[in-house]
Design a protein around this ligand. Structure first.
Ligand SMILES: [Fe+2]
Length: 185
């Protein structure tokens, strides 16, 4: 059958790659690159069911099965989302616009409350078709959309942890917060 790639096809592909590779997120991403690229070329406008986003106002579920999710997210221009972790892997695939995106790895052992050392492992401006995998041990990212039309297809392997760490790398500090209550400027 020709025509648009179905959301179900993408979801099935994610599940089979997870079955093969377990928690090895980079391998999962390699197995998914082609199908995600195809998916990003489809017209996704009007798809999805409204979801309450963690840092953003407009997020739509394309797929959710209680574990894995695929969402379509509008990333607001100029809003700096501070470095935060997830407790799972998250693949960010750019559908439109432009996103300044930084991935960090935590270098300390987390034993000193409020203290964290982060190292930047990837800093890029992501454009349509680009994909960034944010996954342990580098499962911390920050981002800021550069255009009003920045949308991502976000694939998350399992539910986010409820209490997340928010980091201030400039002064080696971190704090635990519930992202729903997080005020971001
Ligand atoms: Fe995130």
């Amino acid at each position: 059958m020709t025509g648009r790639l179905k959301i179900r096809d993408l979801a099935n592909a994610v599940q089979s790659e997870m079955k093969i590779h377990g928690s090895r997120a980079e391998n999962i991403l390699e197995g998914l690159r082609e199908i995600i690229s195809k998916f990003l070329m489809s017209d996704l406008s009007g798809l999805g069911v409204k979801r309450e986003g963690n840092h953003i106002d407009e997020s739509r579920y394309l797929y959710y099965d209680g574990e894995m999710s695929i969402t379509l997210d509008h990333l607001p221009q100029g809003k700096k989302i501070p470095p935060h972790d997830h407790g799972t892997w998250e693949a960010l695939a750019i559908y439109s616009g432009s996103l300044h995106h930084t991935v960090y790895e935590r270098k300390d052992d987390g034993r000193v409350g409020g203290y964290a050392e982060l190292e930047v492992v990837d800093e890029r401006v992501l454009k349509p078709g680009d994909i960034s995998m944010v996954a342990p041990p580098a499962e911390i990212h920050s981002f800021c959309a550069e255009t009003t039309d920045t949308w991502s297809v976000t694939i998350v392997g399992s539910p986010y942890k409820l209490e997340r760490n928010y980091y201030e790398p400039d002064n080696n500090s971190c704090r635990v917060a519930n992202p729903k209550k997080q005020t971001v400027t």
